[in-house]
Design a protein around this ligand. Structure first.
Ligand code: FRU
Length: 324
C-alpha cells in the first residue's frame, strides 16, 4: 500500500503539470501523507544567474525534505506562460508559493493566489500592490550606485558611459539605472548614453553593440545591467574594426559565473557586483511559514559585493557554487 502510494506520486511527478516545460520536483511523503507543497514559479531558467538560483533553491529545499515537497517550473520570461504555471500550481493546493515574476504582468495570478490565502513570496523582480507576504531580493539601487561610483573613479570624473539595459519595465532594471544615475549626476564630467533594452541577454547585447560601434560614437565605459550583456558587448567590441583607441571599461552585475570572474582576472571585464540569489532565504522562510510562523520582515534585502581584480581570487573561494 505504502509503496503503491509512493509509486503513484512518482508517476504523477513524471507526468508533470502539462504546461510546456517539465517541472523540477521532489514529491515528499511522510506517514503515508504527501508533505505540504512549496511551489516555485521561476521567470526563466535559461541564463546563468537563474541556473545558480534554481540549483541553490533545490539544494535548500532538499535540506527540508522531511517537512516539504518542492516543485519548480520556469516560464521563459513570458508573463502569460508564468500565469499558466501559477494557475496550474494552484490546482495542487500549495502551502507556500514562491514567484520570481517575469514582469509585473503576473500580478493577476499572484493576487489570486494571495486572495485564496496562500502565502506568496516574491523573489528578485516584483509586482504592484501589496498582495504578497514577503519580498526577497538584492539591493539593485545600491548596486547601481556602486557601479556608477566605480566608473566615475576609474574615468577620473570625465567620460561617456554607454548603459546597456535589461528588460525595461522591471524593478531591478529601473533601480540599477537610477542608482547609477545618482553617482553620475554627482560627476558633471560624465555623459550617459542610454542603450537599448537587451533583455538581459548576451546575444541581444552583442548585436546591439555591433551596431552601436558602427555609429562610431565615442564612449569610455560600458555599464551593462547584467554580466551576460557585459560579455555580449565585450565580444562585439573585441571583434570590431571600429574600436575606440583606448580600451573602454566594462562593468556588469550578477557575479555568478566563473567565466566572468576569470575575465576580471584577465583584465577583460573591470568589475561586477554580486546579485545574491534569494532562493535559500526563501526556502528558510517557507519552512517557517509551514511551522505556522509569520515572516517578521516584509522586505528582505540581500547585500552586494564589488568584484574587481583585487578580490577576484578570494571571491572564487568564498563563492564555490558559481556557474561554469
Ligand atoms: C536573470 C536576470 C539576471 C538579473 C535579474 C534581474 O533572468 O536577468 O541576470 O540580475 O534577472 O531580474
Amino acid at each position: 500500500m505504502k509503496i503503491n502510494y509512493a509509486l503513484a506520486l512518482v508517476a504523477l511527478a513524471l507526468v508533470g503539470c502539462g504546461s510546456g516545460q517539465k517541472p523540477e520536483s521532489s514529491p515528499g511523503v511522510a506517514n503515508n501523507r504527501p508533505l505540504p507543497l512549496v511551489a516555485f514559479s521561476q521567470a526563466n531558467s535559461a541564463d546563468p544567474w537563474r541556473q545558480v538560483f534554481d540549483a541553490d533553491t533545490k539544494t535548500a529545499a532538499e535540506k527540508h525534505a522531511d517537512a516539504m515537497s518542492y516543485e519548480m517550473q520556469a516560464a521563459e520570461d513570458d508573463p502569460n506562460k508564468q500565469i499558466n504555471v501559477i494557475e496550474t500550481f494552484m490546482l495542487k493546493n500549495p502551502k507556500v508559493l514562491l514567484v520570481s515574476p517575469a514582469t509585473e504582468a503576473v500580478q493577476s495570478a499572484t493576487d489570486k493566489a494571495f486572495d485564496k490565502g496562500i502565502p506568496v513570496i516574491l523573489l528578485d523582480r516584483e509586482v504592484q500592490g501589496d498582495k504578497w507576504t514577503a519580498y526577497i531580493g538584492g539591493d539593485n539601487r545600491e548596486i547601481g550606485r556602486q557601479a556608477g561610483q566605480f566608473i566615475v573613479e576609474k574615468l577620473g570624473g570625465t567620460g561617456t558611459v554607454l548603459m546597456v539595459q535589461g528588460i525595461s519595465d522591471i524593478k531591478p532594471t529601473i533601480d540599477r539605472r537610477e542608482g547609477a544615475m545618482e553617482s553620475f549626476q554627482n560627476a558633471p564630467g560624465i555623459k550617459v548614453i542610454f542603450g537599448d533594452d537587451c533583455k538581459y541577454q548576451r546575444q541581444a547585447a552583442q548585436s546591439y553593440m555591433e551596431s552601436f560601434l558602427q555609429s562610431r560614437k565615442a564612449f569610455d565605459a560600458v555599464y551593462a545591467h547584467n554580466d551576460e550583456m557585459a560579455i555580449g558587448a565585450l565580444m562585439a567590441y573585441q571583434a570590431s574594426a571600429n574600436k575606440p583607441a583606448k580600451r573602454p571599461l566594462f562593468v556588469g552585475v550578477d557575479g555568478c559565473q566563473q567565466e566572468v570572474i576569470q575575465m576580471i582576472k584577465d583584465g577583460l571585464l573591470d568589475a561586477t557586483f554580486k546579485y545574491p540569489g534569494p532562493g535559500p532565504k526563501a526556502i528558510e522562510l517557507a519552512a517557517e511559514i509551514l511551522k505556522g510562523k509569520q515572516p517578521t520582515e516584509k522586505r528582505i534585502i540581500l547585500p552586494t559585493i564589488k568584484v574587481t581584480k583585487d578580490n577576484a581570487d578570494q571571491y572564487m573561494i568564498d563563492n564555490p557554487n558559481l556557474a561554469n
